[in-house]
Each structure stands twice: as C-alpha cells, then as structure tokens.
Design a protein around this ligand. Structure first.
Ligand code: S3P
Length: 184
C-alpha cells in the first residue's frame, strides 16, 4: 500500500515482550518508507548502558524514568511519519499511555503466554524474565498489562501463526480504514 494512503501520522507498536514489535516495525518501515524508532534503543543511548545493566545498576524505576523521558521527546510537535516500536512495559504509566495515544495510530500486537515463553526462552536480555519461574512471571505480567494494552491501542492484531509481512499488511489495511473513518 502506498504511504500516501496513510495520513502523516506515526504508527506505534505496543505489546508484550517477544510479540515481534521490532521485526514488524522494520517491515512497516520498509513498506511505508518511514524511519523506525525503538524506545529501548533510545534509552540505551541516553544511559550509555545496555538494558540489563540499567536494571542491574540503577533499578527498574530509573529505567521507567528514562522510558518516559524518551517518549516525551518523541512527542515533540511536528515529528511524524515514523514507526515507533516500544518496550513491553511502556503502558504501565498513565502519562505514557496518554502520550502514546496522541502520537499516532497505536497497534497492540497480542500474543499468548505460551508463545511468549517459547519466543523468549533462549533470550537473557530481558531482566524482568530472569526469575526462577519464567512462565509464572509472564502470566502475571500479561494479566496486569493486557487491560492497559487494550485501553491504549486503536487496534489489536493477534500475531500467532502469521509472518511479519502478513502482520504488517494487516496493520496498514487497518490503519487506512481507521483514518478513512476518523479523518475530518
Ligand atoms: C520490558 C520490555 C523490554 C524492555 C525492558 C522492560 C517490559 O522491551 O523495555 O526489558 O517491562 O516488558 P521488549 O518488549 O522490546 O522486550
């Protein structure tokens, strides 16, 4: 779909760890010719530290402060036509949820706990999942966050069984429809 059919808005991807925000963000960037911005990468450059070390040395609260600061910076007026991929916990702060909704079209990539477990099994870069009972942790965090993702997103895409290009095409189709309905 040509990008001129999508209004000059950002497309924002939210969802739990392992749902494919980064991969699908890149795919959307290719399809639309928009730059792809990743809040986790911006946090790492701001802190000059990788995420596991931010958590280990400064704690989760400090990470959340940086995450909110990065989101605030991305919300500067006039900045649009970007794909913004976010960290899975960005929706836990109310102010972040408001900013996300103002930034553009927000898509929740929904994923069940079993799939998160499978996709993150070999990954040691997510401090919140470094617990004795990873499955329990995933289920607890998902239960807390799903209502927040649902409340923040303009659309929900269940990604299981679809490849990145199928998900990206689904998102563009839904965005086009959304804007056709909601533009003045
Ligand atoms: C987090 C998700 C991570 C990263 C940090 C915290 C979370 O991003 O922001 O480890 O709270 O769910 P991904 O969702 O890209 O893994």
């Amino acid at each position: 779909m040509p990008s001129e059919e999508i209004p000059p808005k950002n497309l924002i991807l939210i969802g739990f760890m392992g749902c494919g925000k980064t991969t699908i963000g890149r795919e959307l960037g290719k399809l639309l010719g928009y730059p792809v911005v990743d809040t986790d990468q911006l946090i790492e450059s701001k802190a000059h530290l990788p995420i596991p070390r931010i958590f280990a040395e400064r704690g989760e609260d400090y990470f959340r402060l940086l995450e909110s600061a990065v989101l605030q910076e991305l919300s500067a007026p006039g900045a649009d036509r970007r794909i913004i991929s976010t960290g899975g916990g960005i929706v836990t702060r109310k102010r972040n949820r408001q900013l996300l909704a103002q930034l553009g079209f927000v898509v929740w990539l929904q994923i069940p706990a079993e799939e998160v477990l499978r996709r993150t099994a070999a990954n040691r870069q997510r401090p919140l999942l470094e617990t004795d009972d990873r499955e329990r942790k995933i289920r607890d965090l998902l239960a807390e966050r799903e209502p927040l993702y649902r409340r923040t997103a303009h659309c929900v895409i269940e990604t299981t069984g679809l490849d990145a290009s199928e998900v990206a095409c689904g998102i563009l189709e839904t965005a086009r429809y959304h804007f056709a309905q909601n533009l003045p």
